[in-house]
Design a protein around this ligand. Structure first.
Ligand SMILES: NC(=O)C1=CN([C@@H]2O[C@H](COP(=O)(O)OP(=O)(O)OC[C@H]3O[C@@H](n4cnc5c(N)ncnc54)[C@H](OP(=O)(O)O)[C@@H]3O)[C@@H](O)[C@H]2O)C=CC1
Ligand SMILES: Nc1nc(=O)c2c([nH]1)NC[C@@H]1CN(c3ccc(C(=O)N[C@@H](CCC(=O)O)C(=O)O)cc3)C=[N+]21
Length: 297
């Protein structure tokens, strides 16, 4: 079998178009423009690329983008003061603090200082708790992206065996919650999992979020399974330069999977589109307006 390729770029374009339509309506009917503030501490080159791309796409869908670039040695007090200011700014509906933060800053403390209603990453403990109990929350963008593509491909996910490889707070754990919410039978695998190949071989749905280039080979994939590759790994090319690869060996996995997301062009572009969708959702909620349809979990 040769897998159907799930085109994340096309999905993302569709989500952005829906967001842009709703943003235009918000402006016209209510005079409101959603605003997203992105905070970057330090000069990590990969983070700079993402932040630039987020800002550009925010403006393209008609929203206001506020970028705050702070020195790598910014104190925790100064960062918390900025978050406080953004929390109270009525023009800001979404706040994202780019992770990872430099080592001297306490990530939990910083994330939990964000107003949960503006926490478009869905990382605040309140949103984590709401998601875990099946209540309305802000849903983390990367897992939301994966869920949207899985639902579009399968229709119902009910009863399917899903294996999530990785248990981070930003991808693995919320991904597992969302799959459970859609009635999958969910296994969360991690670095201590015994016999990972056999665990993965049971899965109808495999979500790989590890950060190890091409670690999942095709012979771990059940025939016809759906493979969502969250990994973003930059590796050296033999001829010089670098390229991006996922956590799954695309060449061998695509011979067995029923459907698979590529890297680049899979989960990554959808993540940014879902960030814009979450900002729109936060803006609608803040103003007591109906939420956009098809853009939340
Ligand atoms: N496309 C997108 O939008 C995004 C992509 N990413 C990418 O996704 C990947 C994962 O990110 P993130 O969740 O933040 O990473 P973390 O490093 O926080 O978590 C990695 C997880 O993988 C597990 N792991 C490590 N080695 C193995 C192994 N050999 N076998 C099984 N599990 C293992 C770890 O287990 P343990 O807990 O036991 O250590 C951990 O739970 C990265 O490549 C990242 O760049 C991340 C965010 C967004
Ligand atoms: N608070 C916070 N929220 C995040 O959501 C967050 C974060 N911090 N820190 C870093 C990770 C990583 N992440 C990506 C987003 C888009 C692409 C993306 O668009 N990737 C393109 C390729 C981009 C390229 O060429 O480098 C693709 O896969 O096609 C990748 C990775 C969000 N993250």
């Amino acid at each position: 079998m040769t897998a159907q390729i799930i085109d994340g770029k096309a999905f993302a374009a569709d989500v952005r178009a829906k967001v842009a339509t709703q943003v235009a309506r918000l402006k016209e009917e209510h005079g409101i423009t959603p605003g997203l503030a992105v905070v970057l501490v330090g000069e990590d080159p990969a983070s700079q690329v993402y932040v630039r791309s987020k800002g550009k796409q925010t403006v393209e869908v008609g929203m206001n983008s506020y970028e705050h670039r702070l020195d790598a040695d910014t104190s925790e007090a100064d960062l918390l003061a900025l978050i406080d200011q953004l929390n109270t700014d009525p023009a800001v509906h979404g706040i994202l603090v780019q992770l990872p933060l430099p080592g001297h800053l306490n990530e939990d403390l910083v994330i939990n200082a964000i107003d949960p209603a503006k926490d478009v990453d869905g990382f605040h403990i309140s949103n984590v708790g709401l998601l875990g109990t099946g209540q309305k929350s802000m849903v983390p963008c990367t897992p939301l992206s994966c869920l949207m593509m899985l639902r579009a491909h399968h229709g119902s996910l009910s009863g399917l065996d899903a294996v999530v490889i990785g248990r981070s707070n930003i991808v693995g754990k919320p991904m597992a919650q969302l799959l459970l919410g859609d009635s999958c039978t969910v296994t969360i695998a991690h670095s201590r999992t015994k016999n990972l190949p056999d665990v993965v071989r049971r899965a109808d749905i495999v979500v790989a979020a590890v950060g190890r280039p091409e670690m999942v080979p095709g012979d771990w994939i059940k025939e016809g399974a759906t493979v969502i590759d969250v990994g973003i790994n930059r590796i050296e090319k033999p001829e010089g330069g670098t390229r991006l690869v996922g956590d799954v060996d695309f060449a061998s996995a695509s011979l067995r999977a029923g459907a698979i997301t590529p890297v680049p062009g899979g989960v990554g572009p959808m993540t940014i589109a879902c960030l814009l969708a979450n900002t729109l959702t936060a803006c609608c909620r803040a103003n007591g307006l109906a939420e956009p349809e098809g853009l939340t979990a």
